[in-house]
Design a protein around this ligand. Structure first.
Ligand code: SF4
Length: 452
């Protein structure tokens, strides 16, 4: 089936829905007091997920959209880990009782910027204040260019069991243009070493839409990836937002694939992955059939939070570190973005919350619908009624009308009991979710990347 016309039609700017309401609608009137009070009143029986943000990188990849600090100064690690451990103490104190963690995830930046000794210190401090569930997911993003075997062994000894490798593209010309030189051999060696240490659910991050990428060049990258066969693949559409990330302008001096080529690149990559046995998990994730994400998708037990798809139901997420986001009792709390002000705020107040969002009744309902779409690809009306004591079809009749086009294009099926994405429609789930986003109508959607 030629997917290109559909991708062309539905490729439009839209949120990734790691949160609802999305971050542009949060309020800066929410600070440490609200956060502390929310932690204090959170349900102690709910297991928690903890995300730690390590923002340091040794060099800048020009496509980067993360909150980072470029430095070669290894000395920055120590005071930063001091601040992280102090924040963990503040949060654990506010929670009151000792709590369980079902998920820990370190992201960045480059978490392996931290030397083995700081990795140990941070993880041991976390486990001094929290209990780790036996089957917890403990994951870290690694950059094969700067991660040593010693660090990988230390991480494994400290309980890490999942890794995600930044790859993006194997084409030398693309790598040159984005300032990230990383040979396939380097990636393969790291993958094999991670496997030999017993890491599971090993993920590769790939990006399409970068300069010099063509259908042929990216298809070769996908072929190499398929030969290496990571357990999971995240295939992201490059988000070119130079008004927010000025360094991305550097990429404009080289030819970027126009929208129809991007769409063709994604469409071909999707087919290549499907033909070789990968299961499409959502709009941009793939996994081998026996990976726990694929199994959870089948069982309807897939969840999604700021760290992406997970099999762990952790309705509460603690965000530790500069720019980190937490989600407690359905509300969102974000720390200041810059390292200096973050460290200062933690040393003065124990917290660094600078904005957040407390959900209205309408937000809560729409968030539930969007989460069901993103994780289960369906909204059973009876479940909605059970949850909110009102009829889905009555309250969202306008939205149901607006979904008609997706229905006609074979991306959605509706009957008297539910609406559901078709297998192909899972790739367009962001488009379906956007119909339920009440903030989008009055917003400039250019603040978001393209859905496909
Ligand atoms: S290594 Fe990752 S976080 Fe650091 S600059 Fe490159 S893309 Fe951004």
């Amino acid at each position: 089936m030629d997917l290109k016309p559909l991708f062309m039609k539905y490729s439009r700017p839209g949120p990734r829905y790691t949160s609802y309401p999305t971050a542009p609608h949060w309020s800066d009137s929410i600070g440490p007091d609200t956060y502390q009070e929310t932690l204090r009143t959170s349900d102690p029986s709910v297991p928690l997920a903890l995300y730690a943000h390590i923002p340091f990188c040794e060099s800048l990849c020009y496509y980067c959209g993360c909150n980072i600090k470029i430095t070669h100064d290894a000395q920055v690690s120590h005071p930063y880990v001091d601040a992280l451990t102090a924040e963990i103490d503040s949060v654990a104190d506010a929670l009151g009782t000792r709590r369980r963690l079902s998920q820990i995830s370190w992201g960045g930046g480059t978490p392996t910027f931290l030397p083995a000794s700081e990795i140990e210190r941070l993880q041991r401090h976390t486990l001094k204040r929290f209990d780790l569930e036996d089957d917890a997911e403990v994951s870290i993003e690694i950059d094969p260019r700067v991660t040593s075997q010693e660090q990988l062994r230390t991480l494994r000894q400290e309980g890490f069991n999942r890794v995600s490798l930044g790859v993006q593209d194997f084409d030398p010309q693309v790598q040159q243009a984005v300032n990230r030189i990383q040979s396939p051999e380097m990636t393969q060696d790291m993958l094999e070493y991670c496997r030999s240490l017993g890491y599971r659910g090993i993920n590769f991050d790939l990006i399409y839409g970068l300069p010099f990428q063509t259908l042929e060049s990216f298809s070769r990258t996908i072929e190499k990836v398929i030969r290496m066969r990571p357990d999971r693949i995240a295939l992201y559409n490059y988000a070119h937002l130079p008004s927010l990330r000025p360094h991305q302008r550097i990429l404009e001096k080289n030819p970027m694939p126009p929208v129809d080529e991007r769409v063709a690149i994604f469409s071909l990559a999707y087919e290549q992955l499907q033909e070789t046995g990968y299961i499409a998990i959502g709009m941009d994730h793939f996994a081998v059939p026996d990976d726990e994400l694929s199994l959870a998708l089948d069982r309807g037990t897939l969840y999604r939070n700021f760290m992406g798809y997970t099999v762990k139901r952790g309705t509460h997420l603690l965000g530790i570190g500069a720019s980190a986001i937490g989600e407690i009792n359905g509300g969102f709390f974000q720390n200041v973005r810059e390292v200096g002000p973050y460290q200062q705020s933690i040393s003065e107040k124990g917290y660094a919350t600078f904005r957040g969002c407390v959900l209205s009744d309408d937000d809560r309902k729409r968030k539930w619908i969007i989460q069901n779409l993103m994780c289960r690809f369906e909204v059973p009306y009876s479940l909605y009624r059970q949850q909110f004591d009102e009829d889905f079809e009555v309250r969202y009749d306008e939205e149901l009308d607006a979904l008609e086009e997706l229905d006609r294009d074979g991306l959605l099926e509706r009957d008297a009991s539910r609406l559901r994405c078709t297998p192909l429609g899972r790739l367009f789930v962001r488009n379906a979710a956007m119909v339920f986003d009440s903030y989008l109508k009055n917003e400039k959607s250019t603040a978001y990347s393209k859905t496909l």
